[in-house]
Design a protein around this ligand. Structure first.
Ligand code: SAM
Length: 290
């Protein structure tokens, strides 16, 4: 087994913090806009001449993005039978995903296979059962941070791509506020679910070493973090907990460290617009060829 993963923070408080971040950042909205522009053409090209299509979601969470992509796939290739395989270790999240699929009228023709497993467990299952399923399109959105050995994860899943297939990774951009914050304070922040910070630049470096071909797209985004600088603000406190991956930013760091982090956020990770501090949370999408 090439891949191992630490117990990632995908249950309980982490889930709530992530949902709060999603609402506040508009991250899924910018991803949807990007997908609407780029994926219809990709899906038609991938599906050309194929009698069926296999989709794989890895670390899909509650599946908001997977459902959106599957909706595009279904509308572009209405006559092609589609199977969707989902790998997501959080039971709570996968149950929410199932419930939303049950209500989605445009996804009823798709056959779903649910794997409540981590990547490492899924890899073991594929090898143990000699599973011959191969995939036309797979996605890893905002999930490689939680892998101990993300290169092995990419290598394994890439080996499951069918002809003309694509592995889509969406990840934080190196030059974004995330990149600046997390590369500066790596040792202080990488203490919980994220044990080693990686940016899109690290991933691209590894893809180049592996000799894998890919296209790159930028997905610009900003998030208003003005509240982080308002004394006693609950919204600010929750954003700081998520951005620093702590149960409580307030309690986790010394006053000096908190001041350093806040200074970096204000002066190096944000732009000021109409007296609001906008944190750069831009993403990169990599479409890796089979
Ligand atoms: C930040 S969330 C992203 C969820 C979803 N892709 C999205 O963008 O909305 C990270 C996801 O990775 C999942 N995850 C964490 N460790 C994992 C592992 N070892 N294997 C597969 N997925 C994992 C978590 O359960 C969580 O759903």
């Amino acid at each position: 087994m090439a891949t191992t993963t630490t117990q990632a923070g995908y249950e309980g408080d982490y889930v709530q913090r992530f949902q709060f971040f999603l609402q506040h950042s508009g991250e899924h909205m910018v991803m949807r806009e990007f997908m609407d522009k780029v994926l219809p053409g990709e899906f038609v090209r991938i599906g050309e001449g194929k009698s069926d299509l296999n989709f794989l979601g890895v670390g899909s969470g509650q599946g908001e993005m997977d459902s959106h992509m599957l909706g595009i796939l279904q509308s572009r290739l209405p006559k092609t039978p589609i199977s969707a395989h989902i790998v997501e270790p959080s039971i709570a999240l996968i149950e929410n995903f199932k419930a939303s699929v049950a209500k989605a009228s445009n996804l009823q023709k798709i056959k779903f296979t649910w794997n409540a497993l981590s990547c490492a467990e899924y890899e073991k299952q594929v090898k143990d059962t000699k599973d011959t399923n191969r995939f036309d399109f797979m996605n890893m959105i905002q999930m490689l941070y939680y892998m101990d050995d993300y290169v092995a994860v990419i290598k394994f899943f890439h080996s499951l791509l069918r002809e003309k297939g694509r592995l889509m990774i969406i990840h934080e951009a190196a030059g974004s506020g995330w990149g600046t914050l997390w590369s500066t304070f790596t040792n202080d922040l990488c203490t919980k679910s994220v044990t080693k910070y990686i940016s899109d630049a690290d991933i691209k470096g590894e893809l180049d070493k592996l000799g894998l071909k890919y296209e790159e797209h930028s997905i610009p985004n900003t998030m208003d973090i003005t509240e982080c600088f308002v004394e006693g603000s609950k919204v600010g406190a929750m954003l700081l907990d998520f951005m620093t991956d702590q149960d409580s930013f307030e309690k986790a760091f010394s006053p000096e460290m908190k001041a350093k982090i806040l200074d970096m956020l204000r002066n190096k990770c944000c732009t000021l617009k109409n007296e609001r501090l906008l944190f750069d949370c831009s993403l990169t999408c990599l479409l890796i060829h089979a």
